[in-house]
Design a protein around this ligand. Structure first.
Ligand SMILES: [Zn+2]
Length: 363
């Protein structure tokens, strides 16, 4: 079958996250990593990426495709900000497995490994989670990328980091894959920052258009990890994004959901960040911030309808950096979640990275 850049790929008829999915006219391209030696001496921001992230093959017409990262890395490399980033690959010196098992059941991890390596097409029967032979290996490497970013920040190599990983993670449940996600990259990174780097309080801020139900589930009873979500509501995954869910037991008051109406645009999310997020942040005083950075709230996205501009990602980033600076640090690790439009995954991500990398305003 002959296709061109403007042709639409076949749309799969499956349920859940994909109900409104359309395929993207991505083209394939090669990415060349730069070595540290080619870079200036000091960096504010690291960019963690590995070509292995392209090897989780979800099949034709699936929105969460390797082309997302091909397009993103090509866009970044062609932009001046690329020269100001410390490009890193996931460190071979980190064994992610003990950290994955902090947040996921051993049986599920073993099932994902077995089904992927056996060449099965789905794990746990989830139509939103197609797998390929290397999916397990790639998902483990995505976690390694997140932990590498945490290390780079905690060791002071950079102020902050963005990890352009896939598969994404914020829908992954302790015992199952869900909504394109296999391992909870952000949740695992949060626990790693706590247990490996001896931090007490970590905050996860999730601006993906979909509610981060997996992350919420993992910390619902935990007062040491504050989870803040803005998301289009109602939308997939459903009632988990209700503002009534505020945590349970000791974790009560450490989970905050801010639902946003379709079409509410930049203004509504900026307001949520300047009011509810700011108040929660100042009260919780996180020592480390993780962003579940999805770009499917972008106005061009086929799965979301919040209608955000590309520039809002720089603005949200600056709000978060300023809040961290009030706490005396800039320890931010941002992890790619969703984002299925060409503009969202290129411009949107770049504006976010520019926000991370910009010189800090003088207090
Ligand atoms: Zn999403």
């Amino acid at each position: 079958m002959k296709t061109n850049r403007h042709s639409k790929l076949p749309i799969r008829r499956i349920s859940g996250l994909l109900s409104a999915a359309i395929a993207l006219p991505f083209s394939s391209m090669t990415v060349h990593a730069q070595t540290d030696e080619e870079k200036p001496a000091a960096f504010r921001t690291a960019l963690v990426y590995d070509d292995i992230f392209l090897e989780h093959d979800t099949g034709p017409g699936f929105p969460e495709s390797p082309d997302r990262l091909r397009l993103l890395t090509k866009h970044l490399k062609a932009h001046p900000v690329s020269e100001r980033l410390l490009w890193m690959e996931p460190s071979d010196g980190i064994d992610p497995m003990p950290w994955i098992l902090e947040m996921h059941d051993e049986d599920y991890v073993a099932e994902l490994k077995r089904t992927a390596e056996a060449g099965e097409k789905l794990v746990g029967g989830s139509a939103d989670n197609p797998i390929s032979k290397r999916t397990y290996e790639v998902a483990v490497k995505a976690v390694a990328g997140a932990l590498t970013a945490v290390d780079a920040v905690m060791k002071g190599r950079v102020n902050n980091a963005f990890a352009a990983v896939r598969p994404p993670g914020h829908h992954a449940m302790p015992d199952r894959a869900k909504g394109f996600c296999f391992f909870g990259n952000a949740a695992i990174a949060a626990r790693y920052a706590q247990k490996h780097h001896m931090l007490e309080r970590v905050m996860i801020v999730d601006w993906d258009v979909h509610h981060g139900d997996g992350t919420q589930e993992m910390f619902l009873k935990d007062p040491t990890v504050f989870v803040f979500n803005t998301h289009q509501y109602p939308l997939y995954p459903g009632p988990s994004g209700s503002p009534d869910i505020i945590g349970e037991g000791a974790g009560k008051g450490f989970n905050l959901n801010v639902p946003l109406a379709a079409g509410s645009g930049d203004e509504a999310v900026i307001k949520a960040y300047r009011t509810q997020l700011t108040e929660a942040f100042r009260k919780f005083k996180p020592q480390f911030l993780i962003i579940s950075a999805g770009f499917d709230a972008h106005e061009a996205d086929p799965l979301g309808a919040l209608g955000w501009s590309s520039d809002v990602y720089a603005e949200l980033t600056e709000i978060l950096r300023a809040l961290c600076r009030e706490q005396g640090h800039e320890r931010i690790v941002s992890l790619l979640e969703g984002g299925y439009s060409e503009r969202g995954i290129t411009e949107g991500v770049r504006r976010h990275i520019e926000g991370l990398e910009a010189p800090a305003e003088k207090p």
